[in-house]
Write a protein that binds this ligand. Sequence first.
Ligand code: URP
Ligand code: ZN
Ligand code: ZN
Ligand code: ZN
Length: 512
Amino acid sequence: AHEFCAAAGGGGGGAGGCGGGGDGTRILIKGGTVVNAHRAEEADVYIEDGVVVAVRPNIPVGDDNVRVIDATGKYVMPGGIDPHTHLEMEFMGTVTIDDFYSGHAAALAGGTTMHIDFVIPVNGNLTAGLESYKHKAEKAAMDYGFHMAITKWNDEVSREMEVMVKEHGINSFKFFMAYKGSLMVTDDLLLQGLQKCKSLGALAMVHAENGDAVAEGQQRMIDLGITGPEGHALSRPPVLEGEATSRAIRLAKFVNTPLYVVHVMSTDAMEEIAKAKREGQRVIGEPVVSGLVLDDSWLWDPDFATASKYVMSPPIREAGHNKALQAALSSGILQLVGTDHCTFNSTQKAFGSDDFRKIPNGVNGIEERMHIIWDSMVETGKITVTDYVRVTSTECAKIFNIYPRKGAILKGSDADIIILNPKRSFAMGTRTHHSRSDTNVYEGRKGKGMVEVTISRGRVVWEDGNLNAVPGAGRYVRTPPFGYFFDGLDKSDAVYRASLRAPVRRGEAAAA
Ligand code: URP
Ligand code: ZN
Ligand code: ZN
Ligand code: ZN
């Protein structure tokens, strides 16, 4: 056990405890540049029992039982944390092809050592949803946490939200403003949910698209005879993402609770977040890898199998949006990078071969995120190495209140660590990836930087192209409520309450 257990660790939801691997493994990483979000330094890292024990220069090799890894000329960084994934998710009449084993294998091979997945309630029931996801996660090969979606509203759901936060370590709830007829919520539900989240110290997350207008846009395309994947982009343009983002932001302001906007895909949505932040509102914007580096030209590919790979929601946008989102990530308007890893193979995508509305929505990314962000953002000079650690790991740990157990290489942190060689190059695609999918939206992509070693809670799980992902080795990480985004919120509530009393005082003064 270690010092962060009491605050952020502990077993939960029937899953294991926190902290060390407990197998006595000792590792000394020598000669690298250790990068945390707050600084980079030349230092060695000593790991024992799954936990970082020391970070300083020239740590002597104690005895023969210590495994020494040479990191000269390389970056030693916290393992990636992916805030947004859908493993073994039932969606659009099928189930995502990567489960908590294959998804974790892919993640570890790509330098990601933790993710937070979205529990989907069963017929609106949160407890049944959690039971189902606990079972799915028994084969976990790396650490994971849960967000939970809210898909219907009644007193029972409201009570269950409290139970999820207080007993099951879930501190975030997602509201889908799209997917009419399945996951979509109304403004009424969103308002109830925002208020409940505020009272519990839980973070409200939104999938921001106007679902009613999307349904209208889809019918319009079908009426025009546009049934191919390009109809997906045409039916749900950026304006619908901008509208829903603005609406969610304003409702969160009305309730005075923090808001996390998932998969920001367009300039329209990003500008709404920028505006709210300028006005002092607590809004978090999450771009995903696909939105940062791809463009919608793929959706016009005449080959259905190619085009359908790129169908996700909100859609991948016209070139230009991606560069604007990269700039927003550089400047801090957007804070952390997810993937929305939600993979369907070519057979599943073919369900929509004569109607784009039936193409299961989602793309891969859990294995590719760390390399693509390094290559597209650090190699190009758009962000620094410390920023890289912040947007791929630390910020996620802070937002979901598990820092510094996760998201840092500090004494007492879990030993989730990667070693990246900036001189080597990567090439990605189905031939080498670890996802179960037969396709990859980053097929053939090459770039600079290679994660040579991944350490998951003190065990070397990826080294020189060899993967050792062990089913059942991953632990559930509880996320406690009232993360830093809630600090001082009570003060602005007090100011608001005082402002309501002002007219009464004027009346009293007049009467006196
Ligand atoms: O297309 C997507 N994004 N699929 C996953 C579900 C969601 O909306 O996050
Ligand atoms: Zn511990
Ligand atoms: Zn979504
Ligand atoms: Zn998603």
